[in-house]
Ligand binder design. Structure first.
Ligand code: KG4
Ligand code: ZN
Length: 416
């Protein structure tokens, strides 16, 4: 807890009473955090105000800017790392200006850096040569904003893409003399649910199901920020399976949302489909997943066939039903084994309304357990969730507020 560390930094503004999201806090500190996310094909910068203890924090978004590169990657059928890096480099500064402006924290002025700061920033950005002129142009014309910390994703993800965000955050840290907290992107997804008013008091232990384009994991969390991964996919992630099946049906990347739409249309017509796909690892006693067999059977069933629009909708329906069966059954087993008080489901795939409803129904059988989802906007990649994780990390360990020269190393395979 911040108060008990005996080391509150002067740059934390103290407040005695605080209203965040309609809730009154008698909590000592409010922090403003600038967060940066560049792990995949979204460049995002957010500014949040955070307060409250780690068990029941509260957040307000002051500024949020996001640029999705999806359309650029569509022609490659997936994310193309060097293109992602180039786009992050080009967009990170304009997005930061946009987020700071929204938060009323962007003031134009002349900001002179010391020789030492300039040398350090050039060292830090040595891998990001294209970013150096853009960075200095911005920093030398902008007043240092009143913020307390930076938070940045350092993995998992595409390393060339991660390095842009890390380099930028560390350069800002030197220029503004503000600490930077490295954040695991998957932790960001888990804590993204805390932005929803309903989730303001998630109770522990938590069981989290993470379903994104790169990950499918069941995670047990006995208390905030402590995790044991109890199961994960042996091959493809759920979102990846959605995207690959979409491609087989001639739908451009990322096809997840379109598959969901097709499945919904067939479901609403209550069609009985003759397509039948497997439910891999449904009955194994562990909490692991596998989706490549499901994907391959869609491939065999569809290749060299001319598919009508109703065929595509029926395939999408059977595919999504198979995904539902596996995710819900594995989660049910994990609930029974681990007896959590809350279920958290996060990651891009849980944008899917049908899957949300299925989990609501599942949790209804285990009252008083509750299920928490991120808002639609925060289900896919964003920087707000990275700021939320940053606040919780600082709340757990206030020494993160000390300036450090330690490098932050991108880790594409970082696990929880
Ligand atoms: O979490 P996210 O934004 O990025 C990663 O960290 O991977 O997740 C993106 C994934 C993509 O595979 C996309 O197709 C999938 O989420 N997705 C969906 C839906 N919306 C996005 N999958 C199923 N149904 C949806 N409605
Ligand atoms: Zn993600």
């Amino acid at each position: 807890m911040l108060q008990s560390t005996g080391n509150p930094k002067q740059n934390l503004r103290s407040s005695t009473t605080n209203f965040v999201r309609g809730k009154k806090y008698n909590y000592l500190f409010t922090m403003i955090i600038v967060s940066i996310e560049t792990s995949c094909d979204e460049t995002a910068v957010s500014i949040i105000e955070a307060t409250g203890p780690i068990e029941s924090p509260a957040f307000t978004v002051l500024g949020n800017a996001l640029y999705s590169q999806i359309a650029l990657h569509a022609e490659y059928g997936g994310v193309f790392p060097t293109l992602a890096k180039r786009e992050h480099t080009k967009n990170i500064v304009p997005l930061t200006i946009q987020a700071l402006t929204q938060a009323h924290l962007c003031t134009q002025t002349t900001h002179t850096l010391t020789e030492h700061q300039i040398t350090r920033i050039k060292e830090i950005l040595s891998r990001e040569q294209d970013l150096i002129p853009i960075f200095f142009d911005f920093i030398e014309r902008t007043a240092k904003p009143t913020i307390d910390a930076l938070a940045v994703t350092y993995g998992p993800g595409l390393e060339p893409a991660l390095w842009v965000g890390i380099g930028f955050a560390r350069a800002l840290s030197i220029a503004w003399n503000i600490p930077v907290v490295p954040i695991n992107h998957m932790e960001g997804h888990i804590v993204s649910v805390l932005m929803d008013t309903k989730a303001i008091e998630v109770t522990y232990p938590v069981l989290a199901l993470l379903v994104s384009g790169g990950h499918t994991e069941l995670v047990y969390s006995p208390k905030p920020l402590e995790y044991t991964v109890i199961g994960k996919t042996r091959d493809d992630a759920v979102g990846e399976a959605y995207d690959k099946v979409a491609r087989m049906l001639g739908i451009p990347y990322p096809g997840g949302p379109k598959i969901a739409e097709l499945a919904d249309s067939a479901r609403n017509e209550a069609v009985v489909t003759h397509w039948k796909f497997p439910r891999p690892m449904l009955h194994t006693k562990d909490y692991h997943f596998s989706f490549s067999g499901l994907k391959t059977s869609v491939l065999y069933a569809t290749q060299d066939k001319k598919l009508s629009e109703p065929d595509k909708a029926h395939i999408a329906l059977e595919f999504e039903t198979a995904i539902r069966d596996v995710l819900v059954t594995k989660t049910k087993h994990a609930i029974e084994a681990y007896n959590p008080r809350s279920l958290v489901i996060a990651g891009g795939v849980i944008s899917n309304t049908y899957l949300r409803n299925q989990f609501e129904t599942l949790v209804g059988q285990y009252e008083p357990m509750k299920v928490y989802f991120p808002t639609q906007e925060l289900s896919t990649d964003n920087a707000v969730m990275i700021g939320v994780a940053g606040y919780l990390r600082i709340t757990k360990n206030a020494s993160l507020l000390q300036m450090s020269n330690a490098p932050i190393v991108a880790n594409g395979n970082l696990s929880l």
